[in-house]
Design a binder for this molecule. Sequence first.
Ligand SMILES: [Zn+2]
Length: 76
Amino acid sequence: MNCTEVASRLQLFIDEELIFQDMESIRKHLQVCPDCEKRFQTEKLFKQTLKDKIMKRNIESHVVDGVKDFIHNSSN
Ligand SMILES: [Zn+2]
């Protein structure tokens, strides 16, 4: 697999949605290609950060709902 092929499958690789052979090919390519390895790390970090933000927002909105309930209940 060359760099272009790896780059086009990187998202799927991170999500582990490729067939086993493709996962292995990319894994092997990343070990010998610093450019793709770097791109992979960047993409992975970006995805992780995004996930953290979404989770954090879910928690915050949950807290807000809790406060709203509290205000609602205490006004009755
Ligand atoms: Zn490469």
